[in-house]
Design a protein around this ligand. Structure first.
Ligand code: MSP
Length: 644
């Protein structure tokens, strides 16, 4: 096989200005599938996502809620992490632009550009779109209208002292680079748009703001904060150790792929390369602008009330079903539509009927005819050769298409193989062979071939549906799924004969379309979680409540309790004393997500032992009864503070 390579892939870092919706899920799912595919290839992968937390938009949103910006973003970022966990996103890092490591990088880059003579001070007077955090020079506004060409909202007139980056100085070099690297911007239509944009004249870019302060300070002039896009784009350097871990940085930079939505291609292909040129750093290898996910034919928007929350979908239909639908239904680069009926139909036809059924039928026959143990294939016929040839061709095309990011084509190829394997059952009719004692070896061979095809399918669906692939692997009686590589689908016949299968529940349940639609409407009308339906407890007096001593405590250390699925051991600092508590939150948080956070502790609860570990108190968490849990964080408050 080809030699081991590095592969650095990023999604945009999302604004924590609202909850993430199914459109955000789309980008992250594609990136995750590509990252998983490259790991399968044996590449050394770094997959990055995160949150973009500074800027005027966030500051205003926090103010509107009466919160500090950091309190506001902390809450939303916890939800981001929960979503990615539930969707099985395999990111290697989650970067927050409010982290100290990032601040250092942004300041170093700013300083480098400044020292290179590319940043100067002036006055910005012009138009700004706060929701998009974009400056709009008059010459880029069609018909002189003061609405944002990207989102259509009213622009604000901004007048303030700012630093500017000399964009135009790099325009020629940029055009040369694009000519020499025709694959840098993809798809091609976006590339042409960007060339036209640069050719129409590049204005210098305002890279600092002085009218608010929620941002990273300009190192030589701290009354300015760095423009949020300059800050955000630098995340791609921070996460791999720019300025702190040279070995890792040099290993992964330049990035192989920045996957972004079409409306932010301009930032990634014009502003970002020019920032890098100004700092003397190599440019990323590729920026791909994907299309948008629209819902029932319309763009999602809060005012239309058609924003689809991915969490309930994951809860009801499973992460893999949603991942499959998004990847299969939408052609990368084009807009695609989400509708509940088409989602349900896909689950029923492709997942439950084609794939789930193939596994169920095959394993049921292995159990029924072979006592659950797969024997070797000793009798080979033309139809077997054909199946093996289709398998080999599928493996080849799958790898080639994934290498070219043709995710839909790869999935189509794979499903053609799934259907071909189902057809093989109809052609070989194992139930007829089973009645004929002279056909015992032929029956064994047919069943072996089916199991072998399923083994290959499990490997190839793993980038798209990691849980189902692991489940198939287990049902096929195989081990060490994490060690599976693309090499494992290069040879037909690698399934070890003599293996006992472990038939389990159906991979995908089938849904009744009408019932699902009715249920969806009901839920939309009354979105009540199970916990809300529990009756309120008997009344108590304020004095009774006052007997509960609630304090703010800082998590200083944290680890899972070994051999338990749920328990986490936390060391807490209450300012005047330290405590150890055990809490049933291990399913919902990783230790590193809790360390440093301020939580609420019930301090006067009788100490106890949980699974043999001492616990002196209890931390508060909210739970909706639907397997969603969130610890109550009070990060701005000093340890020891009272909560009443
Ligand atoms: N914070 C910036 C990105 C900075 S990257 C250095 C930002 N954030 S965002 O939260 O507004 O959008 C993040 C990504 O989500 C963008 O790539 C955007 O295209 C994508 N999507 C938002 N809505 C979408 C759909 N409906 N469909 C598909 N993706 C869309 O921009």
């Amino acid at each position: 096989m080809s030699e081991k390579k590095t592969y650095y892939i990023t999604t945009p870092i999302y604004y924590p200005s609202a909850k993430l919706h199914i459109g955000h899920t789309y980008c992250t799912t594609i990136a995750d599938s590509l990252a998983r595919f490259h790991r399968l290839r044996g590449d050394d992968v770094f997959f990055l996502t995160g949150s973009d937390e500074h800027g005027q938009k966030i500051q205003r949103a926090a103010e509107a809620k009466g919160m500090t910006p950091i309190q506001y973003v902390d809450e939303i970022v916890a939800l981001f992490r929960q979503l990615w966990r539930e969707l099985n996103i395999s990111n290697d890092d989650f970067i927050r632009t409010t982290e100290r490591r990032h601040e250092k990088v942004v300041q170093a880059l700013m300083q480098r550009s400044y020292d290179n003579g590319d940043i100067y001070k002036s006055q910005y007077e012009g138009w700004y779109c706060t929701p998009c955090e974009t400056f709009w020079p008059e010459n880029k506004l069609p018909d002189g209208k003061h609405v944002c060409p990207d989102c259509g909202r009213e622009l604000e007139l901004v007048k303030e002292e700012s630093y500017f980056l000399k964009m135009n100085k790099y325009a020629e070099r940029w055009l040369r680079f694009i000519e020499e690297n025709p694959d840098f911007i993809q798809p091609e239509s976006r590339r042409n748009e960007m060339i036209a944009f640069v050719k129409s004249g590049l204005e210098d870019l305002c890279v600092s703001r002085t009218s608010f302060d929620w941002g990273i300070k300009v190192p030589w002039d701290p009354k300015h904060v760095v423009y949020v896009w300059f800050d955000a784009l630098a995340n791609y350097l921070t996460a791999i150790g720019y300025g702190s871990d040279t070995e890792q940085f040099e290993k992964f930079w330049p990035a192989d792929l920045h996957l972004v939505g079409k409306e932010i291609v301009r930032f990634h292909t014009i502003i970002w390369p020019i920032m890098l040129m100004s700092c003397g750093l190599p440019l990323p290898k590729k920026v791909f602008g994907h299309g948008w996910l629209i819902v029932d034919g319309t763009k999602m928007s809060k005012s239309l009330g058609n924003v689809v929350d991915p969490l309930p979908l994951i809860e009801r239909y499973g992460a893999d079903a949603l991942r499959y639908y998004l990847l299969k239904e939408i052609r990368l680069g084009q807009d695609g539509n989400f509708s509940l009926p088409s989602f349900i139909n896909r689950i029923n036809s492709d997942l439950a009927n084609d794939l789930g059924n193939l596994l169920q039928r095959t394993l049921a026959m292995v159990e029924k005819y072979e006592g659950g143990v797969v024997a070797a294939a000793t009798v080979r016929t033309g139809v077997d050769d054909e199946l093996a040839a289709v398998a080999a061709k599928t493996a080849e095309l799958f790898a080639a298409q994934m290498d070219e990011m043709k995710v839909n084509d790869a999935l189509n190829e794979l499903w053609a193989f799934v259907r071909r394997t189902n057809k093989y059952i109809d052609e070989t009719t194992p139930w007829v062979l089973a009645k004929e004692p002279t056909q015992a070896e032929r029956l064994q061979s047919v069943l072996y071939n089916l199991v072998e095809a399923l083994r290959m399918i499990a490997v190839m669906i793993s980038p798209f549906m990691p849980q189902s692939a692991a489940n198939m692997w287990q049902q096929l009686g195989l081990h060490d799924f994490d060690a599976v590589r693309l090499d494992d689908v290069q040879t037909w016949g690698a399934y070890p004969a003599g293996t006992a299968v472990q038939k389990g529940a159906a991979l995908f349940p089938r849904y009744d379309l009408k019932e699902e639609i009715a249920e969806d409407k009901e839920e939309a009308a009354a979105p009540v979680c199970p916990a809300a339906k529990e009756p309120v407890k008997a009344e108590i007096t304020i004095d009774q409540f006052g007997e509960t001593d609630l304090r703010v405590a800082k998590v200083i250390a944290c680890e899972k309790v070994p051999k338990t699925a749920k328990l986490m051991k936390l060391q807490l600092d209450l300012a005047t004393e330290k405590r150890q508590v055990v809490s049933g939150i291990a399913k919902y948080y990783k230790p590193e997500e809790l360390i440093g956070r301020h939580v609420i502790l019930v301090t006067n609860l009788k100490p106890t032992k949980l699974c043999g570990v001492d616990s002196a108190g209890m931390i508060l968490a909210a739970s909706d009864g639907n397997d969603h849990l969130q610890v109550v964080f009070v990060d701005g408050m000093a340890p020891g503070s009272r909560v009443r």
